[in-house]
Design a protein around this ligand. Structure first.
Ligand SMILES: [Zn+2]
Length: 159
């Protein structure tokens, strides 16, 4: 992390140099000045390193912001924003939370004739092992209701 006290320390050294130079006329003094200058250089190198670290942090944060900007959530599912402003989806919210783009699919053997597509995540988020350990868990995968008009007519039935 960036530590502004490094800059303060560097400036303190510079002030010391200036003070020393006020009556500089012997070798011992020149030696002291050199030592202080070396000290300043060291501190400035530290600052430089920290600035570099900050730049990297900044880059990562920007990338993260860009990524979060490219998704929206409505009708309880995730939609990926295309560059032309249209939305691609539906994607699984739980999977996006784990950094994975997973397309929701139709729940099989289910009446899909209503105004909504009933979809679920094929990856599965119910941990069946947990049951045997006596924990209470969801017994069924989450399903999502996506209004049919939000998707192209043949989205689930590619020719
Ligand atoms: Zn999922």
């Amino acid at each position: 992390m960036f530590d502004p006290s490094s800059i303060g320390a560097a400036l303190g050294s510079v002030k010391t140099i200036i003070d020393l130079l006020k009556d500089a006329n012997d070798k011992q003094l020149a030696f002291k000045i050199n030592a202080e200058v070396a000290n300043v250089q060291g501190k400035l190198l530290e600052v430089q390193q920290q600035a570099l670290g900050l730049q990297l942090d900044n880059q990562e944060l920007r990338a993260e912001i860009e990524k979060s900007k490219s998704y929206v959530q409505h009708h309880s599912v995730i939609w990926k924003l295309r560059s032309d402003g249209t939305e691609d989806g539906p994607l699984c919210p739980a999977c996006i939370g784990e950094d994975r783009e997973m397309r929701l699919v139709l729940v099989p053997h289910f009446d899909q004739t209503g105004p909504f597509w009933i979809v679920y995540c094929p990856k599965g988020h119910v941990d069946h092992r947990a049951k045997t350990q006596g924990f209470q868990v969801q017994k069924q995968e989450s399903t999502y209701h996506v209004p049919k008009e939000l998707l192209p007519e043949n989205y689930f039935y590619c020719p």
